[in-house]
Design a binder for this molecule. Sequence first.
Ligand SMILES: Nc1ncnc2c1ncn2[C@@H]1O[C@H](COP(=O)(O)OP(=O)(O)OP(=O)(O)O)[C@@H](O)[C@H]1O
Length: 631
Amino acid sequence: MSLIESKREPVPAPLQVGSQEPPALGLWEYMRPIRARWFLGCAVAVTATVIGISIPQVLAWIVDHLVGSETPTPGRVWAGGALITVLGLAQAVLFFVRRMLVVDTAATVEMTMRMRLYDKLSRMPVSFHDRWPSGQLLTRSTSDMSMIRRWISFGSIQSVTSALAILVGLFYLFRGSWLLGLIYTCSLPPTLLVLWFFIKRMKKLTRRSQQQSGDLATSVEESVQGIRVLKALGQGENALDRFTDESAELMHTEIDRSKTLGSTFVKTSLLTGATMAISLLVGINEVANGQMTVGALTAFFATTAMLTPHVERSGMMISMYLDSKVAMDRHREIMSEPSGERVLLVPGVTTPVPGSEAGQPGSDVLPSSQPYQQAAEIRFEHADFSYEGSPTPVFTDLSLTVAPGEILALVGPTGCGKSTLLQLIPRLYSLTGGDLLVDGHSVADLPLPDLRSQIAVAFEEPILFSSSVRDNVLVGVDRASKTEQELDQIVEDALRISASDFVSDLPDGVHTLIGEEGMSLSGGQRQRLSLARAIATRPRILLLDDPLSALDVKTEEAVVGMLSEHLNQTTVVITAHRPSTVALADRVALMQDGAIAATGRHSELMSNPDYARLMSLDADIVEEGDAPWHA
Ligand SMILES: Nc1ncnc2c1ncn2[C@@H]1O[C@H](COP(=O)(O)OP(=O)(O)OP(=O)(O)O)[C@@H](O)[C@H]1O
């Protein structure tokens, strides 16, 4: 182990899924587990500082009594030198001990805060993530946390020791010569005034800089994610221009910060220099008049040489304090947002559902030979919904019932609210009026884990994780309660039902790595894997938000056929534009003008002119792709 390596601090215990939501703690509360070590570190640092600031007094004694006496001997000079060396060594050892006591423990506070923030972000409803740019959340969980750690491990202790060093130093100065002490003290108010203006300016600049860093992170993230679009549209240059502008803004803020810090440093140095010059003149005069010894004058300058960095550094300490305070405010801003969700994730299975074996969880996965659990009924009763901050409601007084085991296709003009309606069922958003019931229970009253463990969703834009096909399909499955063979069976079934036969052609089959760091898949392949992931959880309710849009008509037909054959114990709501999907549904609901305009079988609804027009428009598009039902 090298000299500066220390024992590893225990990692904070992981937060429990479904445990109480983390409260919005202040820094002092976060520091509770390390307070004792922080105080000890502080005490050690204070001792080291007092030793340091006292060295000039020893120097004065050596000059006056050993070296400056009538008959100075080499022995006395050596003794004086040895004494100062011992004190210097003691100071160095104490500084090292302080580091060992505080630095690692501060890192555990940083980690705890980061974990709590991550936990909080996972609990926040989708509407929160709609509002907050991801870059802001990113910087709040990375650079902000580092600022707080630096303040705990260094800034806070340094501030205490600097304040004490100034007090003890002033005492020594006055004791040596009250006149020189007074001169030095007089230089402090203008120095503090300079620092006060510095604080005011820095506060503004710090917040601006942290905000701009967040915006910049958002831009980088969006550009990286949308790199294909930017390249294809030849917008790389424009994106670069925008990014350059944002970087320039941040750069100017940072330059302003450095200038402010630099000009403060110059002003305080000038004040110190002027004070030293005056002190020297007065001090020499005092020695000449015999009011002061040479040793005392030496000690005065040695003490001010030690004090001055503390006074000058106070600007940097204030800047560090402000950085950490702004970071802490930004942390609390998120932590004190009401999450509205009582739990983090769906923790496997909690609620026995009608028709399942006693105690069997809602999202249990059954081998294909076993019957599925009972499907659920979904009922919207006079439901109203508006997005937060949006003046126009997406729908008002909407009523719709989906029978257990039914496949219902939601059809309507683009932007009429189909996706929104789907997202209300697992309570990704909450109704603003009316009621939504699953099996007669209002979803607002159901614990989220219970509700969500019975629902699976596949979106049009599938998000896959950087992992194997198998792991991606099993994301929603409670793996701990299954054997490897059972899991294999689940993956096989889900891939078959979602017509993901392409997986067998991948280099390592289901073990092929996909996602950002793995193989790239086509849009249709990604959609089918996302569908397989939803199916693998064997949900009572399956919500499919146009998840087959990237498939060719034949594959789409095959998938919908498999769904209706295999998921007869699952209630499926699917938003669709293509007649091929709609025709295979048990029933179709036409959404129009914020309400359900009509429901019925596809063939029945064709007599509705709006529906027929919508379908013929879509059919026209598909006809170009040679749709089989027009043959
Ligand atoms: N997160 C959001 N915040 C605010 N408004 C939103 C949000 N998401 C959707 N909207 C608005 O709500 C309305 C319904 O959108 P929604 O995505 O549900 O329509 P859709 O019928 O699914 O459309 P499409 O068929 O094109 O997918 C639209 O006017 C849309 O602009």
